[in-house]
Design a protein around this ligand. Structure first.
Ligand code: ME8
Length: 519
C-alpha cells in the first residue's frame, strides 16, 4: 500500500476460501474479478486495501483432516499454501492474505463476540436441529427432506444434514429483522445484483430465527470468551476476518479508521445470506459501521455442467493459465460473463475470444499501426495534421471510455467496460481499413501520419483501460507505445495525448492467436 493523505481509501475483499481442498476455477474467477476492481481503483488514484485468504476452522475442515489422517492445522497449512500459490500464479495484487488461524484474527473474533454479548444479543440455550457440514450451515426442518437413499438432505443445497443436539450460544438474529429490512430499504445497493439481493430480502421478510453461534462437540475453532467448552460457529469467526484486516479491535488504529467500513465484499451466490443477513446483523449488534456493498457473483460451469470432483471436470487454475495464458483467461472471464450472472466456459468460447477480440481486434490493430510507424517513420510518433470528422469522432469516442468504465466498475460491471472498449476498437479497425494508410503512404504522407497518430492515440487510451483486466499485456502495449511506467500509465494520463516526436521501441506482437497443439 502506498498512500498519501489526499487519496480516498478503498477496501475490497474476496470471500475467504475453505482450504479443505485445492483451489478450482470458481475460486480463481472470484479473485481475478476482485483483483481487477482493486487495480482499477489504484490506477484511478485510490488508496486501495485488497484482502483475500482462507477460512480454516469448522467441522468441514476437521472431518476432511480426519479422513486424511492429519490434523486440521496440517490440512489448513497445506491447502492455504495452495490458495496463496494460486493467487501468486494469477498475479493477484492482494495486500494481505489473511488466515483465520492468524493470531490477530483470534483477537478480533473474540472482540466482536464480546461486543455482541455486551449488547445482550448472545444467550446460552440448547440447539437441536439439522446441520450441514458441507454448507457449515443450519437448515430448518421444513427446508430438509428424506430422499430415496434414506438420508436427509437440505432441499436448497442438496447436502446431507445431520441431527445435532448440544448446548449452544445463540445470537438474537430474530431481533434484527426490522433493522435489516430498514437497511435494505435505505440502501438498495447494499446487495447486488438486484435479482440476487431480492432473494435475500424475501428470506428476511419471511422472518428470522435466532442463530446457534457456538459448538461443543469439537474444538477446532476460536474459543468462546469465558467458556472453554465452546468454540465459535465458523461463520462468526469467518465473517470477522474483514474487520481483522483493518486492525480491529483497535478502533483507534490508522488502518481501521481509514479502511472500515469495507467498500465492497465480493462473494459467490451460495453465501449471500451469510453476508447480507448475518454479517450486517452482527455488526449492528457490535455497534460497528456496515460494509457499503455486497457484490454477489454467479457460478462458473464447465460447458454448462456444474464442476464436481465426481464428474472429474474440476479444472485447476494453473492448467487453465498454462493452456491459454493468464491475461487471456482474465479477459475471457470478465468479458464473457456479466458479473453477477452464472457463466459457462468451454475451449471453443475461450479460443474464440482470444483470437477475435485479443489477437485480431486489439493485437493486430496495434501491430499494424506500430509497424507502419517503425517502417515508414523511423519509429517516431508523427505530428498530426488537421483532423477530419472521422478522426475527431473516433478520438471523441475513445475519450468517453474512462468515465464509462468508472461508471461500470462502480457496479462491478466489468463486461460493460470491456464491451464499450471493444466497440471503439471495432470502429478503429473500420477506420484503419477505410483510411488505408498503406495507400496514403504513396499518395499523401501527411494524411498517413495523421491516421497513424489517431490510431496510436486510441490504442493508448485502450491500453490504459485494459490494465486492470490484463496487467502484463497492457504494460507491454504501453511500452511499445512509448509510455513509461509510472504516471503515464495511471488514469490521470488518460486525457493527455501521445506526444509527437516520441521515439518508439521496435514493436512486438503481444496477443498471440491460439494454435491447437499438434496431435
Ligand atoms: O464459502 N464458481 O468458501 P468456499 C464461482 N469459506 N464461484 C465459486 C464457485 C464456482 N463454481 N465455487 C465456489 C466459503 N465459489 C466460505 C466463505 S467468507 C467470510 C467465508 C466461490 O471455499 C464461493 O461462492 O466454499 C465463495 O465466494 C468462494 O468461492 C469461496 O468458496
Amino acid at each position: 500500500m502506498t498512500s498519501t493523505q489526499d487519496q480516498t481509501p478503498f477496501f475490497i475483499t474476496t470471500a475467504i476460501s475453505y482450504p479443505n481442498g485445492v483451489p478450482h476455477i470458481g475460486h480463481a474467477y472470484e479473485v481475478i474479478a476482485t483483483d481487477t476492481m482493486a487495480r482499477f481503483k489504484r490506477l484511478d488514484g485510490y488508496d486501495v486495501f485488497f484482502m483475500t485468504g482462507t477460512d480454516e476452522h469448522g467441522q468441514k475442515m476437521l472431518q476432511t483432516a480426519q479422513a486424511q489422517g492429519i490434523t486440521p492445522r496440517e490440512l489448513a497449512q497445506r491447502n492455504s499454501d495452495a490458495f496463496q500459490g494460486m493467487n501468486d500464479e494469477l498475479g493477484i495484487s492482494y495486500d494481505r492474505f489473511i488466515r483465520t488461524t492468524d493470531a490477530d484474527h483470534y483477537e478480533a473474533a473474540q472482540a466482536i463476540w464480546k461486543r455482541m454479548e455486551a449488547a445482550g444479543d448472545i444467550y446460552l440455550d440448547k440447539y437441536a436441529g439439522w446441520y450441514s457440514v458441507r454448507d457449515e450451515a443450519f437448515h430448518a426442518e421444513d427446508d430438509t427432506e428424506v430422499r430415496e437413499d434414506g438420508v436427509r438432505y437440505s432441499k436448497e443445497t442438496d447436502t446431507e444434514v445431520t441431527w445435532t443436539e448440544e448446548e449452544s450460544y445463540f445470537f438474537r438474529l430474530s431481533a434484527y429483522q426490522d433493522r435489516l429490512l430498514a437497511l435494505y430499504n435505505e440502501q438498495p445497493d447494499f446487495g447486488a445484483p438486484h435479482t440476487r439481493f431480492n432473494e435475500v430480502i424475501r428470506f428476511v421478510e419471511r422472518g428470522l430465527e435466532d442463530l446457534s453461534v457456538s459448538r461443543t462437540t469439537f474444538d477446532w475453532g476460536v474459543p468462546v470468551p469465558g467458556n472453554k467448552d465452546h468454540v465459535m460457529y465458523v461463520w462468526v469467526d469467518a465473517l470477522t476476518n474483514y474487520l481483522t484486516g483493518t486492525g480491529f479491535p483497535d478502533t483507534e488504529s490508522e488502518t481501521y479508521k481509514k479502511f472500515w467500513p469495507a467498500d465492497v465484499h465480493v462473494i459467490g451466490k451460495d453465501i449471500s445470506r451469510f453476508h447480507a443477513i448475518y454479517w450486517p446483523a452482527f455488526l449492528m449488534s457490535a455497534g460497528l459501521p456496515l460494509p457499503k456493498r455486497v457484490m454477489i457473483h454467479g457460478f462458473l460451469n464447465n460447458n454448462g455442467v456444474k464442476m464436481s470432483k465426481s464428474l472429474g471436470n474440476v479444472v485447476a487454475p494453473a492448467d487453465f493459465v498454462a493452456q491459454y495464458g493468464l491475461d487471456q483467461v482474465r479477459y475471457f472471464f470478465l468479458r464473457e460473463v456479466p458479473f453477477g450472472a452464472d457463466g459457462s466456459y468451454s475451449h471453443e468460447s475461450i479460443v474464440g475470444r482470444m483470437n477475435s477480440d485479443l489477437a485480431n481486434n486489439l493485437g493486430n490493430l496495434a501491430q499494424r499501426s506500430l509497424s507502419m510507424v517503425a517502417k515508414n517513420l523511423e519509429g517516431i510518433v508523427p505530428t498530426p495534421g488537421e483532423f477530419t470528422d472521422a478522426d475527431t469522432e473516433l478520438l471523441a469516442a475513445a475519450a468517453q471510455l474512462l468515465d464509462l468504465s468508472r461508471d461500470a466498475y462502480s457496479r462491478q460491471e466489468f463486461n460493460k467496460s470491456l464491451e464499450a472498449i471493444w466497440h471503439v476498437l471495432g470502429d478503429t479497425n473500420a477506420y484503419f481499413a477505410d483510411q488505408a494508410p498503406w495507400v496514403l503512404r504513396k499518395t499523401d504522407v501527411p494524411r498517413m501520419e495523421t491516421v497513424l497518430y489517431v490510431t496510436l492515440e486510441v490504442v493508448r487510451r485502450v491500453a490504459l483501460l485494459t490494465q486492470p483486466v490484463m496487467p502484463a499485456s497492457s504494460a507491454q502495449l504501453l511500452e511499445v507505445l512509448g509510455q513509461p511506467e509510472g504516471s503515464a500509465r495511471s488514469f490521470s494520463a488518460f486525457d493527455t495525448a501521445i506526444v509527437p516526436g516520441t521515439q518508439l521501441p521496435a514493436p512486438t506482437p503481444i496477443f498471440p492467436k491460439y494454435e491447437e497443439p499438434a496431435e
